[in-house]
Design a protein around this ligand. Structure first.
Ligand SMILES: Nc1ncnc2c1ncn2[C@@H]1O[C@H](COP(=O)(O)OP(=O)(O)OP(=O)(O)O)[C@@H](O)[C@H]1O
Length: 260
């Protein structure tokens, strides 16, 4: 579905923010991109979206080099949630914000209305549809952006720190969105600092100083002490309780504690 070869990018004359990144992701699977601040996660996501052009290397989506796709065609393949909702929102009514991209893509009006119903319900923003997004809290504006991404129904969805600034209800919205995207066979790449969230992905890519430090399934990567990753809560608690299993979730931890 998505493939990068030796992807390298630097801002202006600065050092490379991302260098030599190569990986492939199968359609319908999910990848969490993790790493310390400034390690190049958002830059990588923007390269995957075709919003930045690599200095070296390439990104291809569904076999097409992304820089050969016209923006309108690219928008049918990939949608991105920015880290900062204010980089994304431009309309003065939530409803117009959600409609904009599908209208540009030529989606019929009745289909847009159906999608908006589903997106607004999923993101818990039904009561906000006629409000100005700039009157909403930042966390709620991020939900509006998440709904916009959902509206595009693209096979590839890129999420930059979807959980940042979200309270418990907002976290549930993101989890529901992930479940909805998975059930619809979407490929999802998400940048996150939240290891509980990262543990729920099919695979993880660890970036350090712009380069790939490791790629693999979360259980193997969290079990590798040489990577020195922050760990999911269940794994930390399990280890403190003396368990040898690599429990990544509360459910796995309970099962390991009560095997019967
Ligand atoms: N617009 C920009 N102009 C110049 N340098 C930039 C720009 N955006 C990012 N950088 C630099 O590129 C490097 C990677 O930044 P990036 O935002 O991709 O990292 P990140 O891993 O997403 O960080 P964070 O976890 O803090 O969001 C950093 O050194 C950053 O200062």
């Amino acid at each position: 579905m998505i493939r990068t070869d030796n992807l390298t990018y630097g801002y202006g004359d600065g050092p490379s923010a991302v260098h030599g990144v190569s990986f492939a992701l199968t359609a319908g699977t999910s990848l969490a991109v993790v790493g310390p601040n400034g390690s190049g996660k958002s830059t990588l996501l923007r390269l995957l979206a075709g919003l930045l052009s690599p200095c070296r290397g390439a990104v291809s989506i569904a076999g097409f080099p992304i820089d050969t796709l016209r923006p309108s065609l690219r928008a049918r393949h990939v949608a991105i949630l920015f880290q900062n909702p204010d980089d994304q929102i431009f309309a003065t009514r939530v409803r117009d914000e959600l409609r904009f991209a599908p209208v540009q893509a030529g989606v019929p009006s009745h289909v847009i209305d159906e999608r908006m119903d589903r997106a607004a319900a999923l993101c818990g923003i039904r009561e906000d549809l006629d409000r100005n997004p700039h009157d909403l809290s930042r966390a709620r504006r991020k939900r509006v952006c998440l709904a916009s991404v959902y509206m595009m129904e693209t096979p590839l969805v890129l999420l930059d720190e979807p959980l940042s600034g979200q309270d418990a209800a907002g976290r549930r919205v993101v989890m529901q969105m992930m479940a909805a995207l998975r059930s619809r066979g979407r490929t999802v790449v998400a940048v996150t600092h939240d290891m509980n969230f990262a543990a729920s992905f099919d695979s993880m890519l660890v970036l350090r100083a712009g380069g790939v430090c490791a790629v693999g399934d979360p259980r193997s990567l969290f079990s590798d002490p040489s990577l020195d990753l922050p760990l999911p809560d269940a794994l930390v608690l399990g280890r403190r309780l003396g368990l040898h299993d690599t429990c990544l979730t509360e459910g796995e931890l309970l099962e390991a504690l009560n095997p019967l």
